[in-house]
Design a protein around this ligand. Structure first.
Ligand code: URA
Length: 256
């Protein structure tokens, strides 16, 4: 009895420490992990592994866009980085200071995909080094991972002026680079950070709330959509669901 009380105290301390790391101000007493449902192939490069009731109304976002651009004949990340570094396929090259290719472990089991570089990332040429990046580092720490363990990339490799949303034509020309990056890294798990990342990778247009809470199969990886850390800075109450997603990532990571 004494031991189990100590165990409860230990677990409670760990839980509170994790919440502290995530910057939580409100503690929720009940949590529910989403069920991982066996994926069923549905074609189009991804499949949905989700509860019927929350099935999003899927509309293709890629209609009319050159998503099916020819394969990039590149065999390693360094060469791909060289290629992306020279890219002038959209107007963002005119305003960028640096291309933000991505960084981390090239053999990572977990790859994180954000939206696009912000001001700080554009200056440093590295992903997630601003305020959102600090929270992302804490989120990883909460599941016992360091930035060096994972690979961090973005949908767009150049900063949109004033951090505006990526435009469809920018996504269309940049997406093949990300797909090649994923193909070379071969992550087992992909954490899609924010709606633009989830929409682009899954090629579907549905309310983010319908997409989140499910596991998808994308290029043989398990893809989990979660809130973008920048959104969590503005909406701390969403951290409750983000923590559920992170716990799912941790579970899959430890199983892989
Ligand atoms: N937000 C992103 O989506 N990516 C970054 O690299 C930085 C902020």
């Amino acid at each position: 009895m004494k031991e189990s009380l100590q165990e409860i105290i230990k677990l409670t301390k760990e839980y509170l420490e994790t919440e502290r790391l995530l910057g939580t101000e409100v503690i929720y007493l009940e949590k529910e992990l989403p069920e991982i449902i066996k994926p069923e192939p549905v074609g189009q490069g991804f499949s949905l592994a989700q509860k019927e009731k929350s099935k999003p109304d899927t509309k293709s976002r890629s209609e009319g866009l050159p998503y099916s651009s020819p394969d990039i004949d590149i065999k390693n990340l360094d060469d791909l980085q060289g290629e992306v570094g020279k890219c002038t396929k959209c107007s963002l090259h005119k305003t960028r200071n640096n291309v933000v290719f991505g960084e981390g472990n090239p053999d990572a089991k977990l790859m994180l995909v954000g939206e696009a570089p912000g001001r700080e990332e554009d200056i440093q040429g590295k992903p997630f080094v601003g305020e959102a990046g600090k929270l992302l580092t804490k989120m990883l720490k909460a599941i016992n991972l360091k930035r060096e363990d994972v690979y961090i990339g973005n949908i767009l490799k150049c900063r949109p002026p004033h951090n505006r949303d990526p435009k469809p034509d920018e996504i269309a020309v940049c997406k093949p680079y990300l797909e090649k990056q994923i193909e070379l890294i071969k992550p087992e798990i992909i954490l899609a950070l924010g709606r633009h990342s989830a929409w682009t990778l899954l090629g579907i247009d549905a309310p983010f709330k319908a997409i989140r809470g499910n596991v998808y199969i994308f290029k043989q990886a398990k893809l989990i959509p979660t809130y973008h850390p920048a959104a969590l800075l503005y909406h701390p109450a969403w951290k409750k669901e983000a923590w559920i997603d992170l716990q799912l990532v941790q579970k899959l990571y430890e199983q892989s």
